[in-house]
Design a protein around this ligand. Sequence first.
Ligand code: DC
Length: 650
Amino acid sequence: MDFIDLPQLLAARGTVRLPGSKSISNRVLLLAALASGDTELRDLLQSDDTARMIDALRTLGVKVEALADRRFLVSGVGGVFPVREADLFLGNAGTAVRSLTAVLALAGGDYRLSGVARMHERPIADLVDSLRQLGAEIAYAAQDGFPPLLISSPTPGSAAVVRVRGDVSSQFLTGLLMALPLRTVATTVEVVGELISRPYVELTLASMARFGVEVVREGWQRFTVPAASAYRSPGFVEVEGDASSASYFLALGALGGGPLRVEGVARDSLQGDVRFADALAGMGAKITFGDTWIEAAAAADGRLQGVDLDCNHIPDAAMTLATVALFADGATTLRNIASWRVKETDRIAAMASELRKLGARVDSGDDFIRVVPPARAQGLRPAAIATYDDHRMAMCFSLAALGTPLRINDPAVVSKTFPDYFERFAAVTRPVPVVAIDGTSASGKGTVASRVAEALGWHYLDSGALYRLTALAARRAAIAWDDEAAVAAIATNLDVDFSGGLISLAGEEVGDAIRSEEISAGASLVAALPAVRAALLFRQRAFRRLPGLVADGRDMGAVVFPDSMTKVFLTANVAIRAERRHKQLIEKGIAASIAALLLDLRERDERDSQRSVAPMQQSADAELLDTTNLTIATAVAQVLEWVNKVSDSG
Ligand code: DC
């Protein structure tokens, strides 16, 4: 399973140039293809959804040429696709499926439209029924009411009025409207039920107007496309930045101090999701609008308030409010969001179960979700978040990193609309700092690291203790230390507690038990197993909490926290280490022989540095600290000096 681990964040600020709007990109691609004349599309989004639309248009015989600087040139076909028979795969791109279904059903030809498995669960009967009123010939290839669809040439009809449902997805109306100029007669669309997501319909009307077709609108019930309407290229179209994508960065600015500016959208943007900025302002964030940008910063007192909001006008950006709610005072209720259930996944169910993992209380119903954040003192719980093949789940939950380290599974789903999301995210966020102290057994790194942590007022992670605990737990469960799968399962389910400087396993204090020579040897054995190391990775990263972490081990700087601000490799002459260890054991009343300890340390050094995964080694960017002739105090002072040097320059 692919994943990304996000460290807890200290702050977020900076500027993000947004990728082009998905909704506008897929509309203007189709309109440019249908128009007469060539159209240059500037700042077009390049993502999975637009790639599916471009592939489909090319399959239909439309020339779509990629130029430099996010520009594309589309050679319009004047309403008649050159290819009259084709099989089109549209992935999970809802806008592409709905609009192409309508356009191809009225254009004429034999086409098959399909997508990923989830697309075949997303309802389309309402659109198909409407198109049939106009003479369209559409059959369901598998299950009634859902793609894949088989489209053949329409029976010419002269119906002047067509009815379409507006309360499931506004994309049905959008698809229908975009297709109607292919008819020669005037057609009026009557919306049945209350039209949801109206801003997306406005976007459709504005896009059609840019291509020369003026739809006559009477309220939100009737839309008339006049007779002899035809799309004409306006020459070029500048695609706005994506307002839904903007929501994640505006939220980051509001929660992480800011200011965080998104470029490519503004108050008068065509996209309804810019209204997300107002929703955020309603929670207390400081929002500033410019001509071509929007900026968000924290409220004066740094707090946001929960809200009760009808989100019908911002269905996609409303998901971002659900994760912002984790940080607000009081409950947040998002209403009128039934369409979430028929998107990339059932977003109400997905959101509820993942928010709960972080410690929130969540209620939900057919068309609402209510989020009660965990008590502020408790904070968010580290968790591994599932993304349900839904780009917005991955992006929304990245915000939780302002409250806890977390893992996001299958982060590549963002490629649907924002392929480099996590790179942009990293560029405007500052993670909680880590000092990594790696080194040989008994080199004194545990003592040095815990004192450095104390001096800085930071958390301390003794990662070796996790391997020792794993060895002890395996022994107690009568599992052999070389049984990789079984030991990894033990590591995954370790019930440990490090609070108050004590180390407990399943409620029992085991601080001394894990230091015995037998368990030391076992720890070194289990630490060589790749599955065990993988199982303990996130558990270690979950220690990275405000205000900072000092971590000691073997691979802190190289593997677990490669972005550590300071990396130290601590060692000492092996004879000195054996002596120190001997003294420690004697003080604890445990009998030991220096010769045996020396042999044992050599063996462990050998195994820790020779193993194939995460071997102990001094990485190129680590400072070497040889403590053979140093007191603990001097070693601590040296590490603190290195830390301060980085803090001063950063
Ligand atoms: O630091 P320590 O002696 O408590 O470590 C116990 C064992 O765990 C040691 O053999 C090395 C291994 N270990 C590791 O492989 N990676 C770490 N980050 C920490 C310890």
